[in-house]
Ligand binder design. Structure first.
Ligand code: T4K
Length: 377
């Protein structure tokens, strides 16, 4: 081997953590109050701070992104068919199933890898009630075009922004588009609460419905007004979120440097496609760093690169392989037929998410890129 193996494993991401003393100091009031969950003080402060950070009018925080997305679909009363992307984490499609909705898979755009808005219209039937699109890797969907289709056909739009915390278009927070947007605060996300998530929405009247839904539908001691779920974020995790928010900008700056290192190394390399620059994006989420490897031009397949990197103790990820439309629970659907999803099928065989977090700035990202470049044939 031309390069030495990394002593410690290098994963696709590494959660940032506040120093333990500052976290324990921040927890002191929680301990003293004995108020551990159910819309406590930290929960309320966290919700306010998220609202400011994301530049959105309404936020409800949750115990994870998946429950938040299930609740988003419930809050809009979607039913029947919902048009969605097959190129995403399983949760996106599963939340439709959990709401007894049929996912209708639509192909993706070859450049942004998000839902191809020009193909949505042909999939709309009288059963269609909404569109569930994903800002995959934090790359914004074609929000204007998707909204135009939705408005024409009277459909609701839900965005899965699990990867897009902080993304802005023309300085507007990405959570302002569509009817409801979900963000994930899982440990693997830039802003995290170990597990957690939130919904954002323009319609202030949705706030009380969403907040009832995430608390069993309880209105008061005497009344339960809808079939809710337990989607509440507890005080310990909300406090962690507040501490992570304090150190977030530092990590964003470091990730910007790692991104520059990768861009400098791979720019102009035949067979490697980098994240697209989407016009109008004024702030990035810095969540993932996917590259696409074209086997004919690069001389190695994505799978070969993925497994050779492992031999160096570098654990890049094939997010999001396999396509949701190829899961046994969905592949019998007519829209899941591979011939209907040629771009998604191609992209899913090429993508590789490289390790991407601030600590890689000092020499590590460079070495990972050099290992990959040395594999070219
Ligand atoms: N929609 C989309 C588009 C999503 O990507 C996701 C979640 C959701 C919805 C659902 O949101 P949540 O309900 O999760 O809030 C991870 C995450 O578990 C998942 O949240 C995330 N997407 C997905 C893209 O990545 P895995 O199965 O890849 O996780 P895992 O355990 O293999 O972790 C990846 C690497 O991260 C590890 O190799 C090491 C590192 N890691 C992981 C954890 C959990 C750490 O360093 N520390 C940790 O605590 O799904």
């Amino acid at each position: 081997m031309k390069f030495s193996e990394f002593k410690d494993p290098i994963y696709v991401t590494k959660p940032i953590l506040p120093n333990l003393k500052s976290f324990s100091d921040a927890l002191r009031p929680v301990w003293e109050s004995h108020s551990l969950t159910n819309n406590g003080k930290s929960h309320q402060t966290f919700e306010r701070e998220i609202k400011d950070y994301l530049k959105v009018p309404n936020v409800s925080v949750f115990n994870n992104g998946t429950i938040a997305l299930i609740t988003a679909i419930q809050s809009l009363r979607l039913s029947g068919d919902v048009i969605t992307t097959p190129f995403t984490f399983p949760a996106t499609t599963h939340v439709l199933s959990w709401n007894n909705i049929n996912p209708i898979f639509c192909d993706i755009d070859p450049v942004t890898m998000t839902l191809d808005y020009s193909k949505i219209e042909s999939l709309i039937t009288p059963k269609t009630t909404g569109i569930l699109a994903v800002h995959v890797y934090g790359i914004p969907c074609y929000v204007k075009e998707i909204q135009e289709v939705a408005d024409t056909y009277g459909l609701r739009v839900v965005y899965d922004a699990a990867h897009a915390f902080g993304t802005e278009i023309d300085e507007q927070g990405i959570g302002n588009f569509g009817d409801v947007t979900m963000f994930s605060f899982h440990a693997t996300k830039l802003l995290h609460t170990a597990e957690g998530g939130c919904l954002t929405y323009k319609d202030a009247s949705l706030k009380s419905r969403v907040d009832y839904l995430k608390n069993f539908g309880i209105k008061n001691e005497e009344e339960v007004i809808m079939p809710g779920i337990n989607g509440k974020l507890n005080e310990i995790q909300a406090t962690l979120g507040l501490c992570v928010l304090d150190i977030l900008e530092e990590e964003r700056n470091l990730r910007a440097s790692v991104r520059d290192i990768y861009f400098d190394k791979f720019r102009g390399i035949e067979g490697v496609t980098l994240m697209p620059h989407v016009p109008g994006v004024t702030k990035h989420s810095y969540q993932y760093f996917p590259i696409r490897i074209d086997e004919t031009q690069f001389g190695r397949s994505r799978d070969e690169v993925h497994s050779i990197l492992k031999s160096y103790n570098v654990h890049a990820r094939k997010y999001f392989y396999p396509l949701c439309s190829d899961f046994p629970c969905y592949k019998q659907l007519a829209s899941a037929e591979p011939g209907n999803l040629p771009v998604a099928q191609q992209v899913v065989s090429e993508v590789l998410c490289l390790p991407f977090y601030g600590e890689l700035k000092d020499g590590i990202a460079e070495k990972i890129a050099d290992i990959i470049l040395s594999l070219r044939k």
